[in-house]
Design a protein. Structure first.
Length: 158
């Protein structure tokens, strides 16, 4: 991301455009904050966490306005699987009613103005879209009927 007011790069927007537009999506957010926010010199010095709090005030309103919600938030521990030196300060899951709703949030003028606080706050981050595995909206495989399970176990077909 080169412009501190742009939430996503062109490549990231293209990746987002490749996702189904009308199904719910959960975004996994992993954040590592800067010790000091990277604002221009003329701005008041604050921590990365404080800068992210400024961004969050606007982002949470925007998420709510489009029908989304934070469904989990926490502080991660050390990685059990993965790079040992990869440290995250915060993780959270945000559910959006659709990829289109997420895109509409990115276009909101107030949200776009707040992105500069996120840019100043973050040393590193991950934003990973999680799509439902099935069209049930929960990402859980559809339950198989008892008859279908029995048939599958016997090699028969219903």
């Amino acid at each position: 991301m080169t412009d501190p007011h742009e939430p996503l790069s062109r490549r990231q927007l293209d990746m987002l455009a490749a996702l189904p537009a009308d199904v719910p999506v959960v975004m996994l957010n992993q954040l590592r904050f800067r010790d000091r926010a990277a604002y221009p010199p003329e701005e008041t010095v604050c921590s990365g966490r404080e800068a992210y709090r400024r961004y969050s005030q606007v982002a949470l309103q925007a998420i709510s306005r489009i029908g989304g919600s934070v469904i989990f938030s926490g502080r991660p521990g050390a990685s059990l699987i993965g790079p040992e030196d990869e440290i995250w300060h915060a993780v959270f899951l945000v559910r959006y009613p659709s990829v289109d709703a997420f895109r509409s949030m990115l276009a909101m003028p107030g949200y776009r103005a707040a992105v500069r606080h996120r840019t100043a706050a973050i040393e590193d981050s991950r934003l990973i879209p999680i799509m439902p595995a099935m069209a049930d909206g929960f990402g859980l495989p559809a339950r198989q009927s008892a008859g279908a399970r029995a048939a599958a176990n016997n090699g028969d077909h219903e």
